[in-house]
Design a protein around this ligand. Structure first.
Ligand code: 2AM
Ligand code: CA
Ligand code: CA
Ligand code: CA
Length: 258
Protein backbone atom coordinates (compact mmCIF):
# COMPACT_ATOMS: atom_id res chain seq x y z
CA UNK A 1 0.00 0.00 0.00
CA UNK A 2 1.37 3.45 -0.82
CA UNK A 3 2.16 5.86 1.97
CA UNK A 4 -0.75 8.27 1.39
CA UNK A 5 -3.26 5.40 1.39
CA UNK A 6 -1.68 3.91 4.50
CA UNK A 7 -2.03 7.18 6.39
CA UNK A 8 -5.62 7.63 5.20
CA UNK A 9 -6.51 4.16 6.53
CA UNK A 10 -4.57 4.77 9.75
CA UNK A 11 -6.43 8.03 10.47
CA UNK A 12 -9.79 6.36 9.77
CA UNK A 13 -9.13 3.38 12.06
CA UNK A 14 -8.07 5.65 14.92
CA UNK A 15 -11.34 7.59 14.55
CA UNK A 16 -13.35 4.34 14.68
CA UNK A 17 -11.44 3.28 17.77
CA UNK A 18 -12.21 6.54 19.53
CA UNK A 19 -15.90 6.27 18.61
CA UNK A 20 -15.85 2.69 19.85
CA UNK A 21 -14.26 3.70 23.17
CA UNK A 22 -16.90 6.41 23.73
CA UNK A 23 -19.60 3.85 22.99
CA UNK A 24 -18.15 1.38 25.51
CA UNK A 25 -17.68 4.03 28.23
CA UNK A 26 -21.32 5.07 27.81
CA UNK A 27 -22.51 1.45 28.07
CA UNK A 28 -20.45 0.95 31.23
CA UNK A 29 -22.77 3.40 32.98
CA UNK A 30 -25.64 0.95 32.40
CA UNK A 31 -26.30 -2.64 33.46
CA UNK A 32 -24.43 -5.16 31.34
CA UNK A 33 -26.23 -8.10 29.81
CA UNK A 34 -23.77 -10.95 30.43
CA UNK A 35 -24.05 -14.48 29.03
CA UNK A 36 -21.87 -17.60 28.89
CA UNK A 37 -20.35 -18.81 25.62
CA UNK A 38 -18.51 -22.14 26.04
CA UNK A 39 -18.31 -22.07 29.86
CA UNK A 40 -18.88 -19.89 32.93
CA UNK A 41 -15.31 -18.57 32.41
CA UNK A 42 -15.97 -17.58 28.79
CA UNK A 43 -18.35 -14.62 28.81
CA UNK A 44 -19.87 -12.29 26.26
CA UNK A 45 -21.91 -9.12 26.87
CA UNK A 46 -24.29 -6.98 24.86
CA UNK A 47 -21.43 -4.46 24.60
CA UNK A 48 -19.06 -6.97 22.90
CA UNK A 49 -21.76 -7.65 20.30
CA UNK A 50 -22.90 -4.06 19.77
CA UNK A 51 -19.34 -2.79 19.57
CA UNK A 52 -18.45 -5.42 16.98
CA UNK A 53 -21.43 -4.26 14.91
CA UNK A 54 -20.34 -0.63 15.28
CA UNK A 55 -16.80 -1.41 14.06
CA UNK A 56 -17.98 -3.64 11.22
CA UNK A 57 -20.33 -0.88 10.00
CA UNK A 58 -17.39 1.56 9.95
CA UNK A 59 -15.24 -0.91 8.00
CA UNK A 60 -17.98 -1.76 5.50
CA UNK A 61 -18.62 1.93 4.79
CA UNK A 62 -14.92 2.71 4.41
CA UNK A 63 -13.77 -0.37 2.48
CA UNK A 64 -16.81 -2.27 1.17
CA UNK A 65 -14.82 -4.93 -0.71
CA UNK A 66 -13.10 -6.14 2.46
CA UNK A 67 -13.62 -9.42 4.27
CA UNK A 68 -14.10 -9.10 8.03
CA UNK A 69 -13.30 -11.68 10.70
CA UNK A 70 -15.04 -10.74 13.95
CA UNK A 71 -15.09 -12.74 17.18
CA UNK A 72 -18.82 -12.37 17.82
CA UNK A 73 -19.80 -13.53 14.34
CA UNK A 74 -21.16 -10.36 12.71
CA UNK A 75 -18.45 -10.42 10.03
CA UNK A 76 -17.92 -12.86 7.17
CA UNK A 77 -17.28 -16.59 6.95
CA UNK A 78 -13.73 -16.34 5.65
CA UNK A 79 -12.30 -19.21 3.60
CA UNK A 80 -9.24 -17.55 2.08
CA UNK A 81 -7.13 -14.49 2.90
CA UNK A 82 -6.70 -12.75 -0.44
CA UNK A 83 -7.48 -9.03 -0.63
CA UNK A 84 -8.21 -6.89 2.41
CA UNK A 85 -9.04 -8.86 5.56
CA UNK A 86 -9.91 -7.03 8.78
CA UNK A 87 -9.71 -8.88 12.09
CA UNK A 88 -11.82 -7.44 14.91
CA UNK A 89 -11.92 -8.24 18.63
CA UNK A 90 -14.49 -5.75 19.98
CA UNK A 91 -13.59 -6.34 23.63
CA UNK A 92 -10.52 -8.38 24.47
CA UNK A 93 -10.59 -9.38 28.11
CA UNK A 94 -14.35 -9.63 28.53
CA UNK A 95 -13.97 -11.18 32.00
CA UNK A 96 -11.89 -8.16 33.08
CA UNK A 97 -14.46 -5.84 31.48
CA UNK A 98 -17.25 -7.49 33.50
CA UNK A 99 -15.39 -7.96 36.81
CA UNK A 100 -12.95 -5.04 36.90
CA UNK A 101 -14.26 -2.44 34.47
CA UNK A 102 -10.59 -2.19 33.46
CA UNK A 103 -7.74 -4.08 31.76
CA UNK A 104 -9.46 -4.78 28.44
CA UNK A 105 -8.71 -3.75 24.86
CA UNK A 106 -10.28 -3.14 21.48
CA UNK A 107 -8.21 -4.81 18.75
CA UNK A 108 -8.27 -4.34 14.99
CA UNK A 109 -5.87 -5.69 12.37
CA UNK A 110 -5.67 -5.23 8.61
CA UNK A 111 -4.09 -7.96 6.50
CA UNK A 112 -3.71 -7.60 2.74
CA UNK A 113 -3.20 -10.83 0.78
CA UNK A 114 -2.22 -12.53 4.04
CA UNK A 115 0.41 -9.94 5.04
CA UNK A 116 -0.03 -7.88 8.22
CA UNK A 117 -0.25 -4.19 7.28
CA UNK A 118 -1.69 -2.32 10.28
CA UNK A 119 -2.45 -3.41 13.85
CA UNK A 120 -4.25 -1.65 16.72
CA UNK A 121 -4.51 -2.50 20.40
CA UNK A 122 -6.49 0.10 22.34
CA UNK A 123 -6.11 0.09 26.14
CA UNK A 124 -9.55 1.59 26.69
CA UNK A 125 -9.43 2.72 30.33
CA UNK A 126 -5.96 4.28 29.98
CA UNK A 127 -6.97 5.79 26.62
CA UNK A 128 -3.78 4.62 24.89
CA UNK A 129 -3.76 3.26 21.32
CA UNK A 130 -0.81 1.09 20.32
CA UNK A 131 -0.77 1.19 16.52
CA UNK A 132 1.42 0.63 13.52
CA UNK A 133 2.87 -1.91 11.15
CA UNK A 134 5.97 -2.90 9.20
CA UNK A 135 5.91 0.22 7.01
CA UNK A 136 5.51 2.86 9.73
CA UNK A 137 6.77 1.29 12.96
CA UNK A 138 4.83 1.24 16.22
CA UNK A 139 3.30 4.16 18.13
CA UNK A 140 1.98 4.65 21.64
CA UNK A 141 -0.68 7.24 20.78
CA UNK A 142 1.46 9.65 18.68
CA UNK A 143 4.81 8.76 20.22
CA UNK A 144 7.09 6.29 18.32
CA UNK A 145 8.06 3.19 20.31
CA UNK A 146 11.58 1.80 20.04
CA UNK A 147 12.28 -1.93 19.94
CA UNK A 148 12.31 -3.56 23.38
CA UNK A 149 15.62 -5.03 24.62
CA UNK A 150 16.29 -8.53 23.29
CA UNK A 151 16.42 -10.16 26.74
CA UNK A 152 16.85 -13.85 27.55
CA UNK A 153 14.11 -15.79 29.29
CA UNK A 154 16.00 -15.83 32.60
CA UNK A 155 16.32 -12.02 32.55
CA UNK A 156 12.67 -11.23 31.87
CA UNK A 157 9.13 -11.60 33.15
CA UNK A 158 6.71 -13.85 31.25
CA UNK A 159 2.97 -14.03 30.89
CA UNK A 160 0.98 -17.16 30.13
CA UNK A 161 -2.62 -18.30 30.02
CA UNK A 162 -3.64 -18.94 33.65
CA UNK A 163 -5.73 -22.11 32.98
CA UNK A 164 -2.96 -23.59 30.85
CA UNK A 165 -0.41 -22.93 33.59
CA UNK A 166 -2.66 -24.52 36.23
CA UNK A 167 -2.96 -27.67 34.08
CA UNK A 168 0.74 -27.48 33.07
CA UNK A 169 -0.02 -27.62 29.37
CA UNK A 170 3.12 -28.89 27.62
CA UNK A 171 5.96 -27.76 29.95
CA UNK A 172 4.53 -24.33 30.67
CA UNK A 173 5.44 -24.41 34.36
CA UNK A 174 9.10 -25.10 33.48
CA UNK A 175 9.08 -22.06 31.17
CA UNK A 176 7.79 -19.88 33.99
CA UNK A 177 10.33 -21.40 36.39
CA UNK A 178 13.20 -20.53 34.01
CA UNK A 179 12.09 -16.87 33.74
CA UNK A 180 12.47 -13.95 36.18
CA UNK A 181 8.82 -14.29 37.14
CA UNK A 182 5.19 -14.53 36.09
CA UNK A 183 2.65 -11.76 35.42
CA UNK A 184 -0.88 -12.54 34.22
CA UNK A 185 -3.21 -9.78 32.99
CA UNK A 186 -6.12 -11.76 31.50
CA UNK A 187 -6.34 -9.95 28.17
CA UNK A 188 -4.25 -10.98 25.17
CA UNK A 189 -4.23 -7.34 24.06
CA UNK A 190 -2.94 -6.06 27.40
CA UNK A 191 -0.28 -8.80 27.42
CA UNK A 192 0.77 -7.74 23.90
CA UNK A 193 1.16 -4.16 25.13
CA UNK A 194 3.50 -5.32 27.90
CA UNK A 195 5.61 -7.13 25.27
CA UNK A 196 5.79 -4.03 23.06
CA UNK A 197 6.97 -1.89 25.97
CA UNK A 198 9.52 -4.50 27.12
CA UNK A 199 7.84 -5.18 30.47
CA UNK A 200 7.61 -8.90 29.69
CA UNK A 201 9.78 -10.99 27.33
CA UNK A 202 7.29 -13.70 26.35
CA UNK A 203 3.56 -14.42 26.24
CA UNK A 204 2.23 -17.95 25.68
CA UNK A 205 -1.44 -18.78 25.28
CA UNK A 206 -3.92 -20.70 23.16
CA UNK A 207 -5.34 -17.93 20.99
CA UNK A 208 -7.81 -17.36 18.20
CA UNK A 209 -7.04 -15.16 15.16
CA UNK A 210 -8.73 -12.07 16.67
CA UNK A 211 -6.66 -12.51 19.86
CA UNK A 212 -3.29 -12.43 18.04
CA UNK A 213 -4.02 -10.67 14.69
CA UNK A 214 -3.17 -7.11 15.79
CA UNK A 215 -0.51 -8.04 18.35
CA UNK A 216 1.42 -10.12 15.83
CA UNK A 217 1.73 -7.16 13.44
CA UNK A 218 2.85 -4.77 16.18
CA UNK A 219 5.24 -7.28 17.80
CA UNK A 220 6.93 -8.21 14.52
CA UNK A 221 7.25 -4.53 13.60
CA UNK A 222 9.38 -4.10 16.74
CA UNK A 223 11.60 -7.15 16.07
CA UNK A 224 9.73 -9.57 18.34
CA UNK A 225 8.71 -13.03 17.14
CA UNK A 226 5.11 -14.26 16.91
CA UNK A 227 4.84 -17.98 16.12
CA UNK A 228 3.28 -21.17 17.39
CA UNK A 229 5.01 -22.59 20.48
CA UNK A 230 6.79 -24.98 18.07
CA UNK A 231 8.25 -21.97 16.27
CA UNK A 232 5.99 -22.42 13.21
CA UNK A 233 4.25 -19.63 11.27
CA UNK A 234 0.79 -18.64 12.56
CA UNK A 235 -2.21 -19.26 10.34
CA UNK A 236 -4.50 -16.25 10.33
CA UNK A 237 -7.60 -18.44 9.99
CA UNK A 238 -6.93 -20.91 12.81
CA UNK A 239 -6.49 -21.04 16.55
CA UNK A 240 -3.12 -22.08 17.89
CA UNK A 241 -0.90 -22.25 20.92
CA UNK A 242 0.89 -18.96 20.31
CA UNK A 243 4.20 -17.61 21.57
CA UNK A 244 5.08 -13.92 21.19
CA UNK A 245 8.56 -13.22 22.52
CA UNK A 246 11.93 -11.57 22.10
CA UNK A 247 14.17 -13.51 19.71
CA UNK A 248 16.38 -14.67 22.59
CA UNK A 249 13.48 -15.68 24.85
CA UNK A 250 11.91 -17.63 21.97
CA UNK A 251 15.17 -19.57 21.52
CA UNK A 252 15.26 -20.28 25.26
CA UNK A 253 11.62 -21.42 25.38
CA UNK A 254 11.56 -23.74 22.32
CA UNK A 255 13.62 -26.56 23.91
CA UNK A 256 11.84 -26.24 27.29
CA UNK A 257 8.24 -26.26 26.08
CA UNK A 258 8.80 -29.59 24.23
P1 2AM B 1 -11.68 -12.48 25.01
O1 2AM B 1 -11.86 -11.78 26.29
O2 2AM B 1 -11.79 -11.59 23.80
O3 2AM B 1 -12.54 -13.70 24.86
C1 2AM B 1 -7.96 -14.35 28.72
O4 2AM B 1 -9.21 -14.89 28.88
C2 2AM B 1 -7.64 -14.03 27.27
O5 2AM B 1 -7.82 -15.19 26.43
C3 2AM B 1 -8.50 -12.96 26.66
O6 2AM B 1 -7.68 -12.24 25.76
C4 2AM B 1 -9.58 -13.73 25.96
O7 2AM B 1 -10.17 -13.00 24.90
C5 2AM B 1 -8.80 -14.92 25.43
N1 2AM B 1 -9.57 -16.13 25.17
C6 2AM B 1 -9.49 -16.85 24.04
N2 2AM B 1 -10.30 -17.92 24.11
C7 2AM B 1 -10.92 -17.87 25.31
C8 2AM B 1 -11.90 -18.71 25.98
N3 2AM B 1 -12.40 -19.82 25.42
N4 2AM B 1 -12.31 -18.34 27.20
C9 2AM B 1 -11.83 -17.22 27.79
N5 2AM B 1 -10.92 -16.42 27.21
C10 2AM B 1 -10.46 -16.73 25.98
CA1 CA C 1 -14.56 -13.91 24.00
CA1 CA D 1 -9.82 -11.84 22.61
CA1 CA E 1 -13.39 -10.52 22.66
Amino acid sequence: MNEAELHRVNRAVKQWLQASRSFILGKMQQNLNVSEKTSRKDLVTNVDKENEKLLINKIRTFAPKSQILGEEGFGDQIKQTSGWVWVVDPIDGTMNFVKQHDHFAIMIALYIDGEGVLGYVYDVMNDVIYSGGPQIGVFKNDEPLSAPANLNLRDGLVSVSAPMLVHNYKNLQAVVEASSGLRVYGSAGIEMIHLLTGEIVAYLSYLKPWDFGAGKILAESLGLTATTVDGQALDMLSSDFVMVATVKAQQDILPIIG
